[in-house]
Design a protein around this ligand. Structure first.
Ligand code: MG
Length: 368
């Protein structure tokens, strides 16, 4: 099988809550998503999606993803999309770094592999563990009482894991953590994600003030060393996210005992191929994971569901149904949350069919 053409579409994904706000006053109200289509000489097409969390979360932005795909696309014409390692080697040889640029292409190749094999991507990624996977709800940064109210609302919808967007003023964040934990039940999980927003002294104040609270602390500071310093001064369970972007980073974190959980985002690693490598390494090391992406619509949610559902249940800390945060559906067949959980499709590939009336005309194409 050979790639004969590659194109992409651009689609806006407005947020159901109006906006999504996190550390240091960062906020997005409409996500800019890119859908990649790969056509083949077998007459089958595969689809992938990449959707950075605005330009200020990770070193990634939507127009950059598209500019990079324009560079990479022509180099992939004639290649076999089902040879995932070879496809990734080609992408890494012709473009150094920029993992998020490669993510939707790699995802579309997995969709093709599944369609050719007649198997869902989760089977190809390692199997299907249990009936479904557990989700968390990210709680946009607001005043403490409002965040507690939002958590109560999402808890009533079935979620049992909540990730609070903190990383603001320490006194406000301490109130946010306490206000939300107060309305949760034993067994519910609470994560305070500072998204690199605290300096070390601020992080130390927060972890000290909530030392008696049942809460996880996620990515308090900007650098690995700063996070490690905070980690060594708290007994609260600890999650690393933004600084974990490669198997090297996981190995260093494991050697330093720098975290209890890591967050693996598909586009942060460069696609499902590399996210799978990281996932399998974490299982071998005994490290639990949040498996997700930076953001996305139906296609990314489907890809997340396959990665999460193919992960041994005890290692899956939590996962995300991004398609429930936005008002625009871009594909049929994507998983939809049921009581705080979702399941990967049993159809071949990612199990989705893009809604071309929503995607409109491709913004760019190469090949036939
Ligand atoms: Mg995070």
């Amino acid at each position: 099988m050979k790639i004969t053409g590659l194109k992409f579409y651009q689609v806006d994904l407005p947020l159901a809550e109006g906006n999504y706000s996190w550390s240091e006053g960062k906020s997005v109200d409409v996500f800019d998503s890119t859908v990649v289509q790969i056509d083949t000489d077998a007459g089958i097409s595969g689809y992938g999606e990449v959707c950075p969390l605005g330009p200020v979360y990770l070193p990634a932005y939507a127009a950059g993803a598209r500019a990079g795909i324009v560079e990479l696309g022509p180099q992939l014409i004639g290649r076999d999309p089902t040879q995932l390692i070879a496809i990734n080697q080609t992408m890494d040889r012709v473009m150094k770094g920029h993992p998020y640029v490669k993510s939707a292409i790699d995802m579309a190749c997995w969709d093709l592999l599944g369609k050719v094999a007649g198997l869902p991507v989760c089977t190809l990624l390692g199997g299907r563990f249990g009936d479904d996977v557990v989700l968390y709800r990210a709680i946009s940064q607001r005043p403490a009482a409002e965040m507690a109210e939002n958590v109560a609302g999402y808890r009533a919808e079935g979620y049992r894991r909540f990730q609070l967007k903190v990383g603001g003023r320490p006194d406000d964040d301490i109130q946010r953590i306490r206000a939300v934990r107060d309305i949760l039940e034993p067994g519910d999980k609470l994560i305070a994600d500072a998204n690199t927003g605290w300096l070390m002294h601020e992080a130390m104040r927060v972890v000290g003030a909530v030392a008696d609270v049942d809460v996880y602390i996620e990515q308090p500071c900007a650098t690995y060393q700063q996070c490690l310093s905070v980690r060594r001064h708290t007994n609260l369970p600890f999650v690393l996210d933004e600084v974990i972007d490669s198997v090297d980073a996981i190995l260093k974190g494991a050697a330093d005992q720098a975290m209890d959980v890591v967050n693996i985002k598909i586009s942060k690693f460069g696609g499902l191929t590399k996210a799978k490598q990281a996932r399998d390494l974490c299982v071998s090391l005994g490290i639990a994971m949040t498996l997700e992406d930076s953001w996305g619509g139906d296609i990314i949610t489907a890809a997340i569901s396959h990665l999460a559902h193919s992960t041994p249940t005890e290692y899956l800390f939590t996962s995300t149904d991004f398609n429930s945060y936005v008002t625009q559906s871009i594909a049929d067949g994507a998983p939809h949350r049921d009581n705080g959980r979702m399941a990967a499709s049993t159809a071949p590939g990612l199990g989705i069919e893009p809604k071309f009336d929503v995607l409109g005309d491709p913004k760019w194409a190469c090949g036939g």
